[in-house]
Design a protein around this ligand. Structure first.
Ligand SMILES: [Zn+2]
Length: 498
């Protein structure tokens, strides 16, 4: 779909991390790494990936959770070019280590609940998988995976029952991307501990895989060229200033292009692991005369947008293109959500689920026989942990400018496990279907549940860039319409993803 892939030149502003990371020679590590790790560790040291202020002294001992936080911060700094700033607060009762707070604030690391971080504890492989995946996500890399791919990655291993539910997606992602490997053909050993040298090698693989080719910072005064092959991605610290937002609108501004009289901003939803790719989904184009775009509406929390800012001359010919990335702050981490939903343990039986549900009654718009909209009520049963957000979601939809009509809305529904053995998230009361007939679920083999999906034509069909999707996203729900590849489930909103 996107044709820019071949000519877009990526800019990673050459960065220098002032005071953040000192050279290898200053590292506290006193011994040498194991032979298998020596080359990678030495390359990582040359790239200043290994933090100088590790508390450990040996490559071969287990890395602590606080030292892993230092390594995650270093990886984040290298991938983004940002220097992590001093944390705003101390978040844990058992440590005031600034690196731990900074890593937590950037959503690279999680605590262990109840204000505990356990800084001196070793870190398990599954915790590493989650921390690395979170660090990549915080660095703007898409770490989402379709359910089928997750199952496919994990299928060969026989020790999955040792793995915590919160780690499965991250573990699958790190396997797929060759960041972590099984300990044997059939063992993942998710609870085994990680040594300092293993952690460095893992971070180093990420750096090799996800670093953009460096090039010089474009000079702001350079005359724009009409050659589209000069298209540029502009980093956040470069020519385009980007506002990351937890809400649903943003203002984006960029360096004026001297020969441009108008700008066309092409907005894409990032669905790939790399900058611009064919998987990215076109949302819309917006025209603006000024080098700013106010009120970019209906942004979706937790998603990354890619903007191509095309300067056009008076004859509408392109003079220059900037690329920019707009990351919308997720409201809650996956782990926080899972902790909330499964606070009483995994849900496997109907009786367990029944006890956790709550009925929520909300205002909705209906369409009368004469075609006009009138206010009515709907009742939805959902997990008690999401009852308040669900009330707010439907309040915002009801008060929204679209006045989106809701014929039917279904939440909790105890169903038999799917063919894969997995339970539907309707069993947990964490998924909601809206207007099922007009927002069908269509599988790759062509089979469907519901009748059709005709956004823009049928008033009950959900618009991909409309209010319903962005309001759900603001409260941490993903939309089945475009969040995984099979099926496209246009009626379905899910709090836990997948
Ligand atoms: Zn559903």
């Amino acid at each position: 779909m996107l044709k820019y892939k071949t000519f877009l030149v990526f800019v990673l502003t050459a960065f220098c991390i002032a005071g953040g990371i000192a050279p290898f020679s200053a590292s506290a590590l006193t011994d040498s790494p194991s032979p298998w790790a020596a080359d990678t560790v030495s390359q990582a040291a040359q790239k200043d990936l290994i933090p100088q202020d590790l508390n450990g002294s040996s490559y071969r001992q287990d890395i602590t959770r606080s030292d892993f936080s230092r390594l995650a911060l270093s990886l984040y700094a290298h991938l983004t070019g940002d220097t992590p700033t001093a944390p705003a607060a101390s978040y844990f009762s058992d440590t005031d280590d600034a690196a731990v707070s900074a890593a937590y604030e950037l959503q690279l690391m999680s605590g262990r609940g109840n204000g505990i971080f356990s800084p001196a504890d070793p870190i398990t492989r599954q915790e590493v998988a989650v921390a690395i995946t979170k660090t990549l996500a915080a660095s703007g890399i898409d770490t989402s995976m379709p359910a089928d791919d997750i199952l496919g990655e994990l299928k060969p291993f026989s020790d999955l029952c040792d793995m915590a539910g919160w780690a499965t997606q991250s573990f699958a992602f790190t396997l797929e991307n060759k960041i972590l490997y099984g300990m044997s053909e059939t063992e993942l050993c998710p609870t085994r501990l990680t040594t300092v040298e293993q952690a460095v090698v893992i971070a180093s693989r990420c750096l090799d895989k996800y670093t953009l080719p460096p090039m010089a910072t474009p000079s702001p005064s350079a005359t724009p060229t009409p050659d589209a092959s000069e298209a540029r991605r502009v980093s956040i610290s470069g020519d385009a200033s980007l506002v990351s937002t937890g809400d649903r609108s943003a203002v984006v501004s960029w360096k004026a292009m001297p020969k441009a009289s108008t700008y066309r901003v092409d907005i894409y939803l990032d669905q790939s692991n790399f900058w611009f790719a064919d998987d990215d989904q076109f949302v819309k184009s917006v025209y603006t005369a000024a080098n700013t775009m106010a009120g970019l509406q209906n942004l979706r929390a937790g998603m990354t947008y890619r903007l191509l800012i095309n300067g056009l001359d008076a004859a509408q010919n392109p003079v220059c293109t900037y690329g920019a990335v707009l990351k919308i702050t997720p409201p809650q981490t996956q782990q926080q959500k899972e902790q909330a939903v499964f606070s009483d343990g995994d849900i496997t039986q109907k009786e367990q689920a029944d006890a956790l549900m709550q009925s929520v009654t909300v205002n909705v718009w209906k369409i009368g026989r004469d075609g006009s909209k009138y206010a009515s009520k709907a009742t939805i049963v959902v997990h008690k942990q999401i009852a308040d957000p669900v009330r707010n979601i439907f309040k915002e939809i009801f008060e929204g400018t679209e006045k989106f009509p809701i014929k039917d809305a279904g939440g909790y529904n105890w169903r038999e496990p799917m063919a894969s053995g997995r339970l539907s998230h309707h069993n947990y009361g964490t998924a909601i279907d809206i207007n099922a007939d007009e927002n069908y679920c269509i599988y790759k083999d062509g089979s469907t549940v519901g009748k059709f999906w005709l956004p823009g034509q049928n008033p009950y069909s959900i618009l991909p860039d409309g209010e319903v999707v962005s309001i759900f996203a603001k409260y941490g729900f993903v939309w089945g319409g475009d969040s995984w590849s099979n099926p496209n489930d246009y009626m379905h909103f899910s709090y836990l993803g997948l």
